[in-house]
Structure formats: structure tokens, C-alpha cells
Design a protein around this ligand. Structure first.
Ligand SMILES: Oc1ccc2c(c1)N[C@H](O)CC2
Length: 115
């Protein structure tokens, strides 16, 4: 007998998917530029150019502090990492290529995890 889906249920399942996806992103070989916040003191231009910095450790902290309402708000923060990367890096650079590679990986994985 199918259990009625409460708001809590779908949120719980959404959060489980966030945990799975974040663990896979953190373990990805191309994740190293995205693991921790960019050191804005050490990188000229970053603070001015990138209005909303984001990285995987910040997402991990927000997930731990229950700051994601659902899978959608989590996906928005992950996409912010890749959009910042495209803005600041040439496509034809090591970090630029890594950002594209991880975005392709993430897009494939979250769509596979959809209900
Ligand atoms: O050459 C460099 C040096 C530092 C960074 C980048 C490239 N790209 C990162 O997105 C931000 C930090």
C-alpha cells in the first residue's frame, strides 16, 4: 500500500539525495579548485568580479545546519560554483575545464536521482 507523501517525507528524501550528490562532488578528481572558499585576499579581482562566492565546504556546512529547504535550493548553490568558475576562468584552462567536467557530471547525477 503506497504511503501518503507528506511534506516532511519528500523533504527527507530530497535531503538524502543532497547528501549523496555532495559526497560524490567532494570525491570527484576535478573538485580540488572547488573544495574550499577562494582566498579573496590572494586572488586579484575575485572579490570584485564574483558577487556570490560558493564552494563545496560551504555547501557541506549549510547542509549540516539544515539551511537547504529542498533539492532545488541545494542545486542552485552547486550551480553557483560552476557559474562562478565559468565567469572567472577561461574555458581553455585547467580549472575552467574542470568546472565544465564537474557540471556535466552533476547534471547527469541529479537527473538520475530524480524521483
Ligand atoms: O589562476 C588562478 C588562480 C586562482 C584562482 C583561479 C585561477 N580560478 C579559480 O576559479 C579562483 C581562484
Amino acid at each position: 500500500v503506497k504511503k501518503a507523501k507528506t511534506a516532511k517525507d519528500s523533504n527527507t528524501h530530497g535531503l538524502t539525495k543532497c547528501r549523496v550528490l555532495l559526497a560524490e562532488l567532494e570525491a570527484h578528481p576535478d573538485a580540488w579548485p572547488f573544495l574550499t572558499p577562494v582566498n579573496q585576499k590572494a586572488v586579484p579581482g575575485y572579490r570584485k568580479v564574483i558577487k556570490k562566492p560558493m564552494d563545496l565546504s560551504t555547501i557541506r556546512e549549510k547542509l549540516t545546519n539544515n539551511q537547504y529547504l529542498n533539492l532545488e535550493t541545494f542545486i542552485a548553490d552547486v550551480n553557483l560554483i560552476f557559474d562562478n568558475c565559468e565567469k572567472f576562468n577561461e574555458d581553455d584552462s585547467e580549472i575552467g575545464r574542470g568546472g565544465h567536467s564537474m557540471r556535466r557530471f552533476f547534471d547527469k547525477r541529479w537527473t538520475e536521482l530524480l524521483d
